[in-house]
Design a protein around this ligand. Structure first.
Ligand code: PRT
Ligand code: ZN
Length: 300
C-alpha cells in the first residue's frame, strides 16, 4: 500500500503572482489535484504528487528542511534565504533544477529622479531601504561599498519621501511603481524569475524515480514553450538555403513527395517562434504549402 512518505510534496505559492503560473505548469505536466477545504493542500488524483500551498517566503526552507521535495519560487526569494543562511553560518540544502519562464523581475537600486547617481560608488555612505537585506549586503560587499541598509518589510518605495533612506532596493517589473513614486532604476542587483528547487535529501528509489519522471515532464513542457512544428514543400535544389532559414531547428525530416523528384516535404521542430517574416523568406527561397503548428508535448 502507498504510504504518505512515498508521495512527493511540492511547495507552491498559495496566493500571489506565481500561483496561477505554477498550477498551470503542473497541469501541463499531466497532474490533476483536488484542493482541501482549507485551501492549504492539493491532493494529487492521478499521481502520488501533492501540493502544499504556502507563502512564497516559506518555500526555500520547506525544501531545504526536507518537508517538501520540490518547490516553485522566485530566485530573489531563494537567494535572499540562501545568503541569510550563509551569513549566519547555517547550511542550505537544496539544488536549483529549472528556470521557468514566468515571474520575471529584477531586484534593482532606485534613486529619486533628481539624484546624480553615476554608478555603484554613488551608494557610498548612503542609506538604502530594502526588504532584501542579504542580497543587498552581498552586492555592496562585492562592490566594496560601505552603506547603511534600512530594513522595510513592505512599501519600500516610500522610504526616500519619508526621509528614511537615500535610495531603495526593490523588485521591479514594469517600472510603473517607481515612476509613480518619483524614483528611477539606476542599477540591477539581481535578475530574477521563478525557479524549481529540489531537496538534497536522499530519496527512496520509488520516490526518486517519480521525481525524475516529473522533472522530465517539466523539461518537456519548458522545451515546448514557444516551439513550433513547421511543414513545407521545397525544391531539392533549395534545401540547404531553406534549412538555414528555419529558426532554431535541429536536423529536419526530409520526405519524398509522390509523383515528383524535384520537390520534397520538409518537417522540422523550431525551438523559437516562427514569424510571418520567416515564412515570407522561406517562400522567397522556393518553399510552398507552408504550415506552422503549435507543439503540445515533447519527450527527448
Ligand atoms: O503572500 P506571499 O508572501 O506568498 O506573496 P508576496 O506578496 O511576497 O509575493 P508576490 O506574489 O507579490 O510575488 C511573488 C514573486 O513574484 C516575487 O518573489 C518575484 O519573484 C515575482 N515578481 C515578479 C514580483 C514582481 N514581478 C513585482 N513586480 N514580485 C513583486 N513585484 C512588486 C514589487 O515588489 C513592487 O512593489 O511589484 C511592484 C513593482 O512592479 P512594477 O511593475 O510597478 O515595476
Ligand atoms: Zn512573500
Amino acid at each position: 500500500m502507498e504510504t504518505d512518505s512515498q508521495r512527493i510534496k511540492i511547495a507552491v505559492q498559495k496566493s500571489g503572482r506565481l500561483t496561477d503560473h505554477s498550477l498551470n505548469l503542473l497541469a501541463r505536466c499531466g497532474l490533476k489535484f483536488t484542493k482541501s477545504k482549507d485551501q492549504l493542500f492539493c491532493y494529487g488524483e492521478n499521481m502520488p504528487v501533492d501540493l502544499l500551498l504556502v507563502r512564497d517566503d516559506d518555500i526555500p526552507e520547506l525544501v531545504s528542511d526536507d518537508v517538501c521535495d520540490l518547490g516553485i519560487v522566485g530566485l530573489n526569494v531563494v537567494e535572499e534565504k540562501r545568503l541569510g543562511r550563509v551569513h549566519n553560518g547555517d547550511d542550505f540544502r537544496f539544488k536549483q533544477v529549472f528556470e521557468l519562464e514566468f515571474g520575471h523581475c529584477r531586484l534593482a537600486v532606485a534613486a529619486p529622479e533628481d539624484s546624480d547617481f553615476s554608478g555603484p560608488e554613488s551608494l557610498q555612505n548612503s542609506r538604502i531601504a530594502t526588504s532584501y537585506v542579504n542580497i543587498l549586503r552581498n552586492y555592496l560587499q562585492e562592490n566594496h561599498i560601505d552603506a547603511e541598509i534600512v530594513y522595510f518589510s513592505g512599501a519600500v518605495e516610500i522610504a526616500p519621501k519619508l526621509g528614511k533612506a537615500d535610495y531603495i532596493c526593490d523588485l521591479v517589473s514594469t517600472g510603473g511603481t517607481l515612476k509613480a513614486n518619483g524614483l528611477e532604476e539606476v542599477a540591477t542587483v539581481l535578475d530574477s524569475e521563478a525557479i524549481v528547487i529540489q531537496t538534497q535529501a536522499p530519496l527512496s528509489d520509488d520516490k526518486q524515480a517519480l521525481v525524475d519522471k516529473l522533472l522530465q515532464r517539466l523539461d518537456g513542457v519548458l522545451q515546448v514553450h514557444g516551439s513550433k512544428y513547421i511543414m513545407l514543400h521545397a525544391p531539392r535544389s533549395a534545401l540547404s538555403e531553406i534549412r538555414a532559414l528555419l529558426p532554431g531547428s535541429e536536423t529536419p525530416t526530409v520526405l519524398p513527395l509522390e509523383g515528383t523528384d524535384e520537390k520534397v516535404a520538409v518537417h522540422a521542430v523550431c525551438r523559437e517562434n516562427v514569424f510571418w517574416e520567416t515564412l515570407e523568406d522561406l517562400k522567397a527561397a522556393g518553399a510552398s504549402s507552408l504550415l506552422v503548428l503549435p507543439v503540445e508535448k515533447m519527450l527527448a
